[in-house]
Design a protein around this ligand. Structure first.
Ligand code: ADP
Ligand code: MG
Length: 257
């Protein structure tokens, strides 16, 4: 019972198909509260799809997927499951912060406005409070002096840090990162990973899809390798990187290192 309560994400046999293609073929994963869970795997193996399922952007075909003890897309009443409506879905989505490969900032809004937008629009905060919070968050990601800049006036690394501050503004209970540094010039990767390291140190629950094996080794509590729509191996990063038990993991690691 307690074990279940402490889980932020619990996936059992999660399957998802698009047309004739089954993309997730029975994914099993558990992410505890406060855990940093890094997910690696070749392009097309289903990593982004799995994140989108966790974030209520896709519905699963079969299996079980729970976030914070609740079935994604369903609510339990009198022991039965009922599909939730759009309002409830949106509310649950708002509890999860997502940072994508592309920064997805609103180009016509300043860094500060990008961060204040969601909490104000969703009625979480009054404008003044949202601005105050945004300034704190921008300072936390090292951008106190960039608050009034537009995305086009910021480097890719700075834009991605704004995107992280924007996600944090909703006080998410879970943060999902989908290859947050893949679109960045190499010299800008470090500043984003360093912000993510700080978040991990604060004890945030994070699921991070990444090719940065060094980051995974230093920061992850659990490293998982996805291949062909399944997590074929998962465990402590040190062990898995040193002596992967699955030949596909070994092959993948030798390619990305
Ligand atoms: P990864 O993030 O590991 O690269 P994805 O989850 O993006 O993998 O994609 C896995 C597979 O699912 C790919 O073959 C991709 O083309 C397919 N796919 C993803 N989303 C869709 C979609 N909405 N419709 C059809 N196919 C999709
Ligand atoms: Mg992807």
């Amino acid at each position: 019972m307690t074990a279940t309560v402490d889980l932020m994400v619990r996936a059992e046999g999660v399957r998802k198909r698009f047309g004739d293609t089954e993309v997730l073929k029975g994914v099993d994963a558990m992410v505890s509260r406060g855990e940093v869970f890094c997910l690696i795997g070749a392009s097309g193996s289903g990593k982004s799809t799995f994140l989108r399922c966790i974030n209520h952007l896709e519905t699963i075909d079969s299996g079980r997927l729970l976030v914070d003890g609740r079935y994604v897309g369903y609510e339990e009443r009198d022991g039965s499951l009922f599909e939730v409506g759009e309002r409830e879905l949106a509310a649950r989505r708002a509890e999860i912060g997502m940072v994508f490969q592309r920064f997805n900032l609103f180009p016509h809004l300043t860094a500060l406005e990008n961060v204040t937008r969601a909490p104000v629009m969703l009625g979480r905060m009054k404008r003044a409070e949202a601005i105050e919070t945004a300034r704190v968050l921008l300072a936390r990601v090292g951008l106190a002096d960039r608050a009034d800049h537009y995305p086009s006036e910021l480097s890719g690394g700075q834009q991605q840090r704004v995107a992280i501050a924007r996600a944090l503004a909703m006080a998410p209970k879970l943060m999902l990162f989908d290859e947050p540094t893949s679109a960045l010039d190499p010299e800008l990767v470090g500043e984003v990973l360093s912000v993510m390291k700080d978040l991990a140190r604060e004890g945030r629950t994070m699921v991070v899809v990444t090719h940065e094996i060094g980051f995974a080794r230093d920061v992850a509590d659990t490293l998982a390798f996805m291949d062909g729509g399944q997590i074929v191996e998962c465990g402590p990063p040190d062990r898995m990187i040193r002596e992967p038990s699955h030949p596909r993991t070994a092959a993948f690691l030798s390619r990305v290192r």
